[in-house]
Design a binder for this molecule. Structure first.
Ligand code: ATP
Length: 501
């Protein structure tokens, strides 16, 4: 069977050092990935582009870097302890555990056929779609357990107290207690040292609102941005780095005066969509999807997702819209909740107008890993160079700002001093902060193709004319066109090309 686009991308990602399975030599760990030498550059470029466009290019947004473990009351106030959960269901037929809200929808009462145990050779069984209107995503059966809520936060303990030891120390009392009292005692023992890995970076911005306001002399409308790791004990993980338990977010909380929030919500929805296209993402593979009322979190006034059409495989074929980023109007919910729980006033007093208000928050929340995956998928192309010769090249058409390697530097042949000239050029480029790669092995055409496959926008070749006239060949990745450029000032040449790209 022919390989799907996604299979080709996964295999290229591994072969060329973009993404590896974590702990692979031990059989891997489900949904955990490592970024290889090229992947780490790509992801850094995505995060740097975000930081540059969201923080450095604006005077109304500042950055923050908060700790991953925060006071547990942060999660009490934000509602994550009580409500950050997914509806979990077990399939009684194939034993798969899945998220009810992500399961395939079906008409209640409609007839179903599926295989016993979910095995291809299992007996053919018949059933009906249950009233709740979905079936098992793996075997298609409707014989499902009740939904139960599963908290997505990873719990750990802080300090020298081992909760397991404390449980053992309290065994006699636990035995004496019954039902809810026993549960409460256990919760108290574990709760005494429990802390959580943050499931989002956003709360760091809310609890530091006053610190930033006072230390930075900011006033609404202004934003606080953060890039960092978040953790969610996801039940269903899939499609490489799309949904994992450890991931990086790029979030910004924009604090505005109530009444101006609709305008800012529309502004950030437009800005964030445009950010992806400004980095070369194909607009036809992007869309904004406004949430319906029933999808909204209880505190949100509105929410829109920027979605990308990923080449994921699914029963209908190839391709599926998936969330890249959500832009939400979170109202004054978070600041008010933290005021209530901490006892600290988090309202803002505007001296000019003598008005006091709790700002509304517009939050563009993006995922660095999902964006990196989308840029990788979007860049992937197979171009027929010569149909008759069956010459097809694989090329990653990254925007130059995102390309892991900007310039490939080659000597045409390994003699006449060409390698030394080429290495000197590479050193000059590296010295300018332009990531470059030296390659002298194999035919020049093969070397160009190897660079195409990892998305390097330009190659420089040192040849006899370089030695005689001081010029080099510059070869373009996308058009494959070649031109001659003076070797002197090559750093400035590529800096300008990057700037104007
Ligand atoms: P989903 O509906 O896909 O679970 P979400 O709406 O819960 O996502 P948010 O809480 O809005 O996601 O988080 C903001 C961004 O963080 C998402 O748009 C996504 O890019 C990223 N993100 C969230 N969960 C994950 C995950 N498990 N793995 C990778 N990225 C994630």
């Amino acid at each position: 069977m022919a390989e799907s686009t996604m299979q080709k991308i996964v295999s290229l990602a591994k072969r060329r050092g973009f993404i590896f399975q974590s702990s692979e030599i031990y059989g891997g760990l489900k949904a955990c990935y490592d970024y290889g030498p090229l992947g780490v550059e790509l992801k850094r470029n995505v995060k740097d582009a975000w930081w540059r466009d969201m923080v450095h290019r604006r005077s109304d947004i500042v950055g923050l870097d908060c700790s991953i473990i925060m006071h547990p009351n942060v999660w009490r106030a934000s509602g994550h302890l009580a409500g950050f959960s997914d509806p979990l269901v077990d399939c009684r037929n194939c034993k798969e555990r899945f998220r009810a809200d992500k399961a395939p929808r079906a008409v209640p009462g409609a007839a179903l056929t599926y295989r016993e145990g979910g095995r291809k050779d299992g007996k053919k069984l018949e059933g009906v779609v249950p009233d709740r209107g979905y079936v098992c995503p793996v075997c298609g059966a409707g014989d499902l357990s009740d939904e139960r809520q599963f908290n997505l936060m990873f719990r750990t303990s802080l300090g020298p107290v081992d909760p397991m030891q404390e449980i053992l120390n309290n065994m006699d009392e636990l035995h004496r207690l019954q039902g809810n009292e026993r549960k409460q005692k256990l919760a108290d023992i574990i709760g005494a040292s429990a802390v959580y890995l943050r499931p989002e970076t956003a709360q760091g911005m809310f609890v530091n609102f006053m610190n930033v306001l006072n230390s930075g002399r900011m006033k609404p409308p202004f934003g606080i941005a953060q890039v960092g790791k978040s953790y969610r004990n996801e039940i269903t993980t899939s499609n490489l780095t799309f949904r994992t338990c450890e991931f990086e977010q790029m979030e910004m909380e924009f604090f505005v005066e109530p009444g101006t929030d609709d305008e800012w919500y529309a502004y950030w929805s437009r800005e964030r969509f445009a950010w992806y296209t400004s980095l070369g993402m194909r607009p036809e593979r992007l869309r904004l999807r406004e949430h319906e009322q029933k999808e909204l979190a209880h505190y949100a006034k509105a929410c829109v997702d920027v979605e990308y059409f990923y080449p994921f495989e699914n029963p209908e074929g190839e391709g599926e819209w998936g969330e890249l980023e959500g832009i939400a109007n979170r109202t004054d919910y978070d600041l008010k909740k933290h005021s209530e729980h901490s006892g600290k006033d988090l309202s803002y007093f505007e001296t000019e107008t003598k008005k006091r208000f709790t700002p509304y928050v517009i939050e563009p929340a993006a995922g660095a890993d999902r964006a990196t995956l989308a840029f990788l998928c979007d860049a992937y192309d197979e171009e027929v160079v010569d149909k008759e010769k069956n010459d097809v090249r694989t090329v990653l058409r990254f925007h130059p700002r995102l390309a892991p390697v900007k310039v490939g530097v080659f000597p045409l042949v390994k003699k006449e001093g060409m390698p030394d000239r080429a290495r000197a050029i590479m050193d000059e480029l590296l010295g300018e902060g332009i990531n470059s790669f030296y390659d002298e092995s194999g035919a020049i055409g093969r070397r160009y193709r190897r660079m195409d496959e990892v998305g390097t926008p330009w190659c420089v070749t040192v040849d006899t004319e370089t030695l005689e006239q001081g010029t080099v060949t510059v070869r373009e990745r996308d058009s494959m066109a070649q031109s001659r450029v003076p070797a002197a000032g090559i750093g400035d040449y590529f800096r300008n090309r990057l700037k104007s790209s």
